[in-house]
Design a protein around this ligand. Structure first.
Ligand code: FAD
Length: 397
């Protein structure tokens, strides 16, 4: 069977590797840029790897399977793809996120420590938590190298005989009953089946999804400390809504990369035309969104960043992944809407995607994904504007 994977980012690269391991499958990967590029949803050198699940305990089997596959990917590629030195999760003591995280720790036997507000301040003096906030120290969590992970997964796929087509943007899919015809600018090729894993570009190939999946431009901002060594000992962290934010210190200890929540991401109906290089007013607008983190939570940071970069991500209205066969063509599987949290679970999602396109369903129970309730509405599919999403909101002081 001949299968094409369209998009070799966080998820497509894992699907590609998994398909390359199945006897009798000829797998082709199509990537509009090059493997391991930083221009879509996976750039910026770091992603949080967390074991605690704050939002939906349905994810636990996916997290567990990912833990196994991450280790296998690292062993087989011979590369260190994650540095697991712990991640701090900060949330309100009486919040659902904190209680879910604790339940998930019990369920998966996840090593962790509960830190009081005082413990957080003593152990990590850079933070200024509020008195109603506690910390959960996720001991075996850490930081993923996203570009390296994608390169490693695709490399294993190629070593298994997979075909690779870089700088090959797929413009159009044509269902032909017993297969699918794939059109790029310079070629037409026929496949038995196709996996679409184009992240924020997925709705360009599957426009029917535009009332359920929305594309956002996300800004990452790298902040230095106010003095030498100010960031020494600062851990990677995530803070729960309503003051959602996260941060990952850079390996040299000189800056921390900060990120915001859904409502602060820039809406776009078209990832190809949205402004990606920020300067002037566009930079100021973005930087102002980060100010509350610096003033209220991490006062050891300088007020302005030294680097600003943008990325593209797809969000479903439920903030749960869309992993399904195309409603009109079962020869096409669509994997999208990773809603800001797809990297850590990408190995299990890649395996599930490979099972979905070859067998029609995954070994993992993914029913909870399609049962989840919508959290926001898409007001305008042309501009990608939405209503407020409470899940990862950043409250202003
Ligand atoms: C700033 C930021 C921070 C994040 N932080 C975390 C985190 O800490 N932890 C975590 O787990 N997750 C995190 N995420 C989420 C995670 O990175 C994404 O969920 C994940 O990258 C989505 O994977 P994807 O394969 O759907 O899309 P992508 O990784 O964007 O891959 C899509 C690929 O498809 C290619 N493509 C697009 N269109 C076409 C086409 N027509 N033809 C061929 N190729 C095409 C693109 O070039 C790209 O390579 C973050 C995301 C962002 C943007």
């Amino acid at each position: 069977m001949k299968i094409a994977v369209v998009g070799l980012g966080a998820v497509g690269s894992q699907v590609y590797w998994n398909l390359s391991r199945i006897a009798g499958i000829e797998v082709h990967g199509f990537e509009s840029a090059y493997v391991g590029h930083p221009f879509a949803g996976a750039g910026g050198e770091s992603r949080l790897y967390r074991n605690l699940e704050a939002d939906d305990l349905g994810y636990l089997p996916i997290i567990h399977r990912s833990q196994e596959l991450w280790k296998e990917l690292e062993t087989k590629s011979g590369r260190q793809l994650r540095k697991l030195k712990g991640v701090l999760y900060v949330g309100k003591a009486d919040s659902t996120q904190v209680s879910n995280s604790l339940l998930s720790a019990t369920e998966l036997d996840t090593p962790h420590e509960v830190l009081s507000t005082r413990d957080i301040a003593d152990r990590f003096p850079q933070f200024k938590p509020r008195t109603d906030e506690v910390g959960l120290w996720d001991i075996e969590a850490g930081v993923i190298s996203p570009e390296l992970t994608i390169t490693a997964a695709v490399g294993l796929g190629v070593a298994n005989g997979g075909q690779l087509h870089e700088y090959a943007r797929v413009d159009h899919l044509e269902s032909r009953g017993n297969g699918v015809r794939l059109h790029t600018a310079g070629s037409i090729s026929d496949f038995d089946r196709i996996v679409v894993a184009c992240g924020g570009w997925t709705t360009q190939l599957v426009p029917d999804l535009r009332d359920f999946v929305v594309t956002k431009r996300l800004t990452s901002a790298w902040y230095p400390g106010t003095r030498d060594n100010a960031l020494q000992g600062l851990p990677p962290f995530m803070r729960a809504a309503p003051r959602y934010c996260y941060g990952i210190p850079t390996a040299d200890g000189k800056t921390v990369k900060l990120g915001l929540g859904f409502n602060d991401h820039h809406s776009t109906g078209n990832p190809n035309s949205v402004e990606r290089s920020l300067s002037g007013e566009a930079a100021r607008t973005e930087i102002e969104r980060f100010h509350p983190i610096v003033t209220d939570f991490l006062p050891v940071l300088q007020p302005n960043p030294v680097r600003l970069n943008t990325y593209i991500e797809s969000y479903t209205r439920t903030m749960h992944e869309y992993l399904r066969l195309h409603p009109d063509d079962p020869n096409i599987a669509i994997l999208t809407g990773f809603s800001g949290h797809g990297f850590k679970i990408s190995p299990a999602i890649g395996e599930a995607g490979a099972q979905l396109i070859t067998k029609g369903r995954s070994h993992l129970n993914l029913d909870f994904l399609s049962r989840a309730a919508p959290l926001f509405d898409i007001e305008d599919i042309e501009t990608g504007t939405t209503t407020h999403n409470p899940l990862t909101s950043t409250e202003r002081a």
